[in-house]
Design a protein around this ligand. Structure first.
Ligand code: BDR
Ligand code: CA
Length: 345
């Protein structure tokens, strides 16, 4: 299978970081060609997301352009998620000297340029609020026809909300942007909570990664354990949901999920429902591939345990194999558990 040409738009973010590692490893093993990353405000500020992305790619041993994007949603103020991702968006690992710099290009310009250079081939995977993607579509509506696919982690049609009862974080953060994207006619694959809530890591899933002792393995374990602990603190079970990694995997291979075409819109005004995905189940697609405004292919099922097994296996392979030319330890590369053990003598 030819390497999939990928551009990632991210708000790095603990699970974005793991999605980037997954794509970077696919790049290094010939299954993907990561052409660039764009950053957007969401889980943290865009400056922090840019720095986090540069750090993660450095640890992954991959040098690709990282372009800074929008610093706030199209309308309304930015509300970041330190309670889930830490103050720095990267579980405390987003600090310390940074050796790489962002590219001088804006993330929106990067989307437009790469979509022209790789017309019909580029898969754009967006795992943050859709601000950059919407801006690009407003600047050049033809972008919708140049992309091979746009894979979005966002929304949900049966499993609706994680930030509010009705809305998922990325759609909630910038519903106006989601509206622009849904109305653009872009070939859209939605990887929402319907499937991402079926893929989660628990402590027992870390066994294989636990056998690897590299900065990469320690970093991955730290992120996963930080995420589990955050979720537990918020009142849930100690689980890490692989929201963004599943979207990244679907960008490389759509067969991970099954689903159907759904007529979709997003609520932008509701007092309790802002950012909610509204599926019109009454409408049936008129064509087998109903590309067009208001239609998205929505992922509804995934073999959860199979995907988690695959993802953890890839992560362990990366942790073993990326080390050769990888950089020194990130702040979070120390194991949370090892630290705790040390603290308790
Ligand atoms: C999404 O929200 C963010 O916090 C995660 O990075 C993911 O993209 C899940 O709702
Ligand atoms: Ca994200």
């Amino acid at each position: 299978m030819a390497a999939v040409k990928v551009l990632a738009d991210v708000d790095t973010g603990v699970d974005d970081a793991l999605a980037l590692i997954y794509v970077a490893w696919a790049h290094r093993t010939g299954r993907a060609q990561l052409l660039g990353c764009g950053t957007v405000a969401g889980n943290c500020t865009v400056e922090q997301a840019t720095a986090n992305t540069l750090r993660v790619l450095e640890l992954a041993g991959l040098e690709v352009p990282v372009a800074r994007g929008a610093c706030r949603p199209l309308a309304g103020a930015l509300r970041t998620a330190p309670e889930v991702h830490g103050e720095d968006g990267l579980a405390g690992a987003g600090v310390g000297p940074l050796y790489r710099k962002p590219s001088p290009e804006h993330a929106v310009d990067q989307i437009l340029r790469l979509s022209r250079q790789h017309a019909g081939e580029l898969v754009l995977v967006a795992t943050g609020p859709l601000t950059n993607v919407a801006m690009a579509l407003v600047l050049e509506p033809e972008l919708a026809r140049r992309l091979a696919r746009l894979v979005v982690m966002g929304g949900g049609v049966r499993d609706l909300g994680n930030v509010t009862a009705a809305a998922e974080f990325n759609f909630y953060t910038d519903p106006e942007a989601a509206h622009v994207v849904l109305e653009s006619g872009v070939p859209l694959t939605l990887v929402g909570l319907d499937v991402t809530h079926q893929v989660y890591v628990e402590e027992t899933d870390l066994a294989r990664l636990q056998q690897v002792d590299t900065p990469q393995a320690r970093f991955a374990r730290h992120l996963l354990r930080f995420g589990m602990e955050a979720y537990r603190r918020l009142g849930g079970p100690a689980r890490f949901y692989l929201h963004d990694p599943l979207a990244a995997a679907v960008a490389l291979d759509a067969r991970w999920v099954s689903g159907r075409w759904v007529s979709l819109s997003v609520e932008t005004r509701g007092e309790r429902t802002r950012g909610m995905c509204v599926a019109d189940w009454r409408r049936q697609p008129e064509a087998a591939v109903p590309h067009g405004p208001g239609w998205a292919w929505v992922a509804l099922q995934v073999e959860g345990r199979r995907f988690v097994g695959h993802f953890m296996e890839e992560l362990a392979r990366w942790a073993r194999g990326a080390g050769a030319d990888g950089p020194a330890e990130l702040a979070g590369g120390r194991d949370t558990r090892d630290e705790r053990a040390a603290a308790h003598g």
